[in-house]
Each structure stands twice: as C-alpha cells, then as structure tokens.
Ligand binder design. Structure first.
Ligand code: GLN
Length: 212
C-alpha cells in the first residue's frame, strides 16, 4: 500500500438496506473509495465499514442467513474500523435494553434502547453538540432512533440529546443514533475516515517493522 492509497482508504457500505448511496456520497466527499458489501467476499481488502440505518431486525435476519453477519463480526473483532448509524448503531451494540433477542454484530461496549424516543415520534431533528467535532452544532435527523442506555469505560460519549447519549466512539469505532448521511454536514464521516487513515498508516508501519 502506498501513502497515496492510505489517504484514500477503501470503505465498504453494508448494502442490505438503508441509505447506502447517501453514505457513499458522504464518504467520497471526504476522500474515501467506496464499495458495496452484500456478501462476505465483498469484505476483502476493505479498510473500514459503514453500517447504515434501516431496520436492525431485518439486517439481523438477512445478513444472519447469508453468513454476512458472522463475517462482519470476525472483521470487527479483528479491529476493522466501523461506523454505524441508527440501526447500524444497534447492530454494533453488545445488547438491547428491555429484552428482545435479535442477532447483533457487537464490538462496542454499549447497550441501546430501540425506538427510544417513543414510537409515536417517528422522526425529529435537533441541533447536537458533538464533542469531537466542535462548533457549529450538527443537525441530527432522528428516525425511530435508538439511544445509548449503558456504556463501558472504553466508550467516549460524543453527543447527548434530552439527557441521553446519541453518539459515541471507541477508538476507530463510531456510532450515531441519527442520520448524518442525510444532511450535507460531513464532519462525522470525516472523523471516521481520518481514523481509518490513521489505522491504515499504523498497520503499514507495523508491517514495515515486521518485515525488517
Ligand atoms: N427503529 C429501527 C431499529 O430498531 C432503527 C431505525 C433507523 O435505522 N432509522 O432497527
């Protein structure tokens, strides 16, 4: 991998459902190359992965049956950077508050509550102060959104809404309960892709040291 390649990391977008093309556009805007992930083979050669919103139970079902869920879990466990939005955040949680056994990927030490802002509140928008991003606030679009109910010590909460955490990161793993891909604010995608660039560069340095 050349330094130029590291600057344009390859990010897959899980294309089971959800706002796939909006994520691709956001990632391209911040200098990443993108490809769609529909089966385990599509994970090959990726430096990072975005898991879009949608319906987490559908994700679990479709990707569980095809073996994609296990393949993604193996890569996440192996340290691949991931960015999950809304249902993608749910998939990266270690558990769901209030019961409901559904297949998850895991990887973030968080427990989330699905449809947490109330089922009757289908969607809303709010300005969010996101700590790793700064001013001005981000416009968060929430659609039947979850919140983070519990988080472990390795998890840094990046934003709250109404007293509930709605964005977090753990090293190169980022989750957001809202949909940054549906606005033209690219700061959260940039934060993710910058983390991927660092991970790629570190890995490159490791392999250089390893080959000496
Ligand atoms: N309510 C959905 C779920 O629980 C998430 C909604 C979304 O991704 N916009 O999976």
């Amino acid at each position: 991998m050349t330094a130029a390649d590291a600057m344009r990391p390859r990010i897959g977008v899980l294309a089971v459902q959800g706002a796939v093309s909006e994520h691709e556009a956001a990632l391209a805007d911040v200098g990443a190359r993108t490809s769609r992930v529909r089966d385990a083979a599509d994970l090959e050669g990726l430096d990072g992965l975005v898991i879009p919103g949608g319906e987490s139970t559908t994700f679990g079902l479709v990707a569980g049956e095809s073996g994609l869920l296990d393949a993604v879990r193996a890569r996440v466990d192996g340290g691949m950077p991931v960015f999950g939005t809304c249902a993608g955040m749910i998939m990266l949680a270690r558990g769901i508050a209030g019961g409901g056994a559904q297949p998850l990927i895991g990887g973030m030490d968080i427990v989330v509550r699905r449809n947490a802002f109330g089922r009757q509140v289908h969607s809303f928008e709010a300005d969010l102060e996101v700590s790793a991003i700064g001013q001005p606030p981000m416009r968060g679009i929430f659609i039947r959104a979850p919140w983070i109910e519990e988080s472990g010590p390795s998890v840094e909460i990046l934003a709250d809404h109404g007293g509930h955490p709605v964005a977090a990161r753990d090293a190169t793993r980022i989750v957001a309960a809202f949909h940054p891909e549906l606005t033209d604010d690219r700061r959260l995608h940039r934060l993710f892709v910058d983390g991927v660039r660092e991970a790629v560069t570190e890995h490159k340095e490791d392999s250089v040291v390893g080959s000496q």
